[in-house]
Design a binder for this molecule. Structure first.
Ligand code: NSS
Length: 431
């Protein structure tokens, strides 16, 4: 019988027999009669030692021929060892090599580009494994909050006829002789579903053919998009801060091990609790300029401006009431501040920047038609979406959270590429 590394440490006792299966994480031969193997499995690493005089000749030979990442089953006895990680090491009595394999191509100090070329192998690293676990739990907690607050998870189509964000930057497909596109956002479909279900969310990929080559842009990202009937922009923002705070607080409470591997200090996230500071767009522009940035009214926040603005905070902030010209066609104009829309961006602190974009939607037919006219969108391309405003339309709001942006911030990653197993960027579709 075999167990996992984490289980070994849970009930460790001097002299206890254990069996483990996994991969060689580190390997070192000491003199002519001792080999140290650090074994890795999905739960952690443990040090083990093979001594020539305490195993058969075959086991010794097999041990001598192991490579980094060879797969194997080991049996042995636990021994207390202060220097070993976890305080115990395994004195090996038997090794069954499952696959010796070839010498592993990833050694120390390789370039970022090379590591991306061998991403399919690099995903075994401690760093990537910790990130992938972190991503898993963060998504679990986001879903948990939504499920506990009356939301149904629904699914959208990925192949679409028109763009949710106005249609620029879309990947085009030949759909049996007609043009179709990979979805930019599932929002419009989520909107259709609130009339039956009232509160829904979609978790699906979105595609953007943007030529942005930054540490924050992917061409394919996972997008969490809640949509709510009978909800205005004020409540929309409250839902966003509740959702984000819940996921962050639960994450730092339950995942110390992941945070430790990634050197992320949980103290830096402990103030992430509602309410988040709110800044009117106009004030935000003024503030950026006060702090040494250069921005004109109407401009979007670039990476530099987001950094300047969020540097002062250790919690996310909202920027709201953007000039309507700079935003998408479906956003409702603020009757209290004409010329601006009821929309928000949530910006994560310390330069991580935008993680959410949300808004109250135009829900009246004439208003939507007029706005589409203004921005020269052909209503024909959006006929079904416009149609939703003909039958019992209601005020509604929603938002989109970029999963990789969120993971990048919570785990404090340098680059968004590491927040997804196989990143797609303007220069990379392989592996
Ligand atoms: O373009 S957004 O600001 N808004 C929407 O797509 C709305 N239709 C969402 C909605 O209201 N349902 O994108 C939302 C978020 C944004 O804040 C980022 O966190 C993420 O989606 N996003 C991206 N992540 C990674 N790479 C790229 N290129 C990207 N674009 C947006």
């Amino acid at each position: 019988m075999t167990v996992h590394v984490a289980d070994v440490f849970k009930n460790a006792k001097e002299g206890k027999s254990v069996g483990l299966r996994g991969w060689v994480y580190r390997y070192r031969k000491l003199g002519e009669d001792k080999i140290f193997i650090v074994l890795r499995d999905g739960t952690g690493i443990i040090q083990s030692v093979v001594k020539k005089d305490s195993v058969t000749e075959k086991v010794w030979k097999d041990a001598e021929n192991l490579y980094i990442e060879s797969s194997l089953i080991i049996k042995g006895e636990l021994k207390k060892d202060e220097r070993a990680p976890g305080g115990f090491e395994i004195k090996i009595s038997d090794i069954e090599v499952i696959h010796q394999g070839l010498p592993f191509p990833i050694q120390k100090d390789l370039s970022e580009e090379f590591l991306l070329d061998v991403r399919h192998l690099w995903l075994r690293s401690r760093k990537m494994t910790a990130i992938m676990k972190g991503r898993h739990f963060l998504i679990e907690y986001l879903r948990e909050w939504l499920n506990n607050n009356g939301f149904y998870e629904v699914v959208p189509p990925i192949i679409t006829k028109s763009g949710a964000e106005g249609g620029a930057d879309m990947f085009e497909l030949n759909y049996f002789g007609t043009k179709a596109y990979m979805t930019q956002s599932s929002q419009l479909y989520a909107e259709a579903m609130i009339f039956g279900l009232e509160r829904v969310y979609v978790l699906a990929p979105s595609f953007r053919a943007e030529k942005s080559r930054t540490r924050k842009h992917l061409t394919e990202f996972w997008h969490l998009e809640p949509e709510m009937a009978w909800v205005g922009q004020k409540e929309n923002m409250e839902v966003q801060e509740e959702l984000v705070s819940f996921a962050v607080q639960k994450f730092i409470k339950e995942n110390e091990d992941i945070l430790r591997v990634l050197n992320r200090d949980p103290e830096e996230l402990k103030n992430v609790k509602p309410p988040f500071p709110r800044l009117d767009y106009e004030k935000a522009v003024e503030r950026v300029n006060e702090l040494g940035g250069r921005m004109e009214y109407g401009e979007d926040f670039g990476a530099d401006e987001e950094e300047i603005l969020t540097k002062e905070y250790d919690v996310p902030i909202f920027v709201h009431n953007f000039p309507k010209e700079s935003k998408a066609f479906y956003m409702r104009e603020d009757p209290k501040k004409p010329g601006t829309v009821l929309a928000d961006d949530m910006l994560a602190p310390k330069g991580h920047g935008e993680i959410i974009g949300g808004s109250e939607r135009i829900w009246k037919l004439e208003e939507l038609e007029a706005r589409m006219n203004e921005v020269k969108l052909d209503p024909k391309d959006y006929e079904w979406y416009v149609d939703l405003r003909r039958y019992g339309s209601v005020p509604h709001s929603g938002f989109g959270l970029g999963i990789e942006r969120f993971v990048k911030w919570v785990l404090n990653l340098e680059n968004i590429r590491d927040a997804i197993p196989f990143p797609r960027t303007i220069t990379r579709v392989y592996p």
